[in-house]
Design a protein around this ligand. Structure first.
Ligand code: FAD
Length: 298
């Protein structure tokens, strides 16, 4: 069955690899092998791959840059799909930008700055793709994707291309309408404002310096592990409970930023899950707050 799948991919000249360690495709550097990693270059290839998966009973899932993922040690059955080629295009027209879901968010921020467009400075340094940023409504330092999105184009379950307006997207803190059903985000339309290039650049540099100062970027991680609970900050609660530096195997609550769990070397998915549980239990017991995971476990 899987043989047929790979033969069909070969016939269509679609790029793929077999038995790919997902630790090479996630910022956490954790995860077993995916049976297939398929790189699709355009909408036609994307539709063809999904159809082939369905016809051959190959489970599939789409990932962006893998910067918010914790992938299990047993790996992923079937195909992991990533958006490449045309999906990385960024087109700027006056103060509007259409960005492919496979483009890097940081590249998008740099392109906006080069066109003297302001509004995306907050996203500089978030290591995700544009699709992942929309899916998660990524945000930082007072800004979020919601502030700049006009609409978003996607592929639905029936493989029809559709568009969601900002309202349809139902964006809120680390939430989008895309979490409710099977959609693949194809591109996003943004509206920014004309600004002063040097001011945009200095704000981006300032935010990047803050990231470098506060975040443990020297170790692999998936960013903040927990969502911000109403009325508190996850990192402060974790620190208050004396959990800074707590380790399980190769996973450690960062000594630099308690909201991060870092991979100090050879951490397994199970190490991270066990550490997450310890943190959630102790924080609940000592402060009453329930910490919910932001990172996505696959
Ligand atoms: C050092 C570090 C710092 C970080 N700082 C921040 C920060 O300041 N703010 C913040 O919000 N996040 C931050 N993150 C987390 C992460 O970068 C964001 O959540 C980012 O938006 C995830 O994008 P991604 O492309 O990596 O998505 P992935 O991690 O690959 O996927 C996340 C989810 O999005 C879905 N997805 C991705 N692309 C698509 C698509 N095209 N269509 C449909 N679904 C899709 C995936 O299926 C998955 O469910 C940080 C992470 C790290 C490692």
């Amino acid at each position: 069955m899987y043989n047929l799948f790979s033969q069909e991919l070969d016939k269509l000249n679609i790029e793929y690899s077999e038995n790919v360690p997902m630790k090479e495709h996630t910022s956490f550097k954790i995860g077993g092998n995916a049976e297939f990693l398929v790189m699709v270059k355009n909408l036609c290839e994307l539709k063809a791959v999904i159809s082939l998966c369905r016809e051959n009973n190959v489970p599939y899932m789409l990932i962006g840059n893998g910067s918010n993922l914790l992938i299990n040690d047993r790996g992923i059955k079937g195909a992991v799909i990533r958006l490449d080629g045309d999906f990385k295009n960024i087109i700027i027209n006056d103060d509007e930008i259409t960005a492919g879901a496979g483009a890097s968010l940081t590249k998008l921020c740099l392109d906006a700055y080069k066109a003297s467009l302001t509004g995306l400075e907050f996203g500089y340094g978030i290591p995700g793709s544009v699709g992942g940023a929309v899916y998660m409504n990524a945000g930082a330092y007072g800004g979020e994707m919601k502030d700049v999105i006009v609409s978003c184009t996607h592929l639905d379950k029936e493989l029809n291309v559709g568009t969601f307006s900002l309202e349809d997207l139902d964006l809120s803190y680390r939430h989008s309408a895309y979490m409710k059903d099977e959609y693949i985000i194809l591109s996003v339309n943004l509206k920014l404002a004309k600004g002063d290039g040097s001011l945009i650049k200095s704000r981006m540099d300032e935010l990047m310096a803050k990231r470098m100062d506060k975040q443990p970027l020297e170790y692999p991680s998936a960013g903040s592990v927990f969502k911000r609970p109403e009325g508190a900050f996850a990192a402060a609660l974790i620190e208050e409970c004396g959990l800074k530096g707590r380790s399980v195997g190769g996973a450690q609550v960062s000594e630099k930023h308690s909201g991060f769990i870092v991979n100090k070397g050879g951490a397994t998915c199970q190490d991270v899950l066990d550490l997450v549980k310890i943190v959630q239990d102790e924080v609940k017991e000592k402060t009453g707050y329930e910490l919910k995971r932001e990172i996505i476990f696959i």
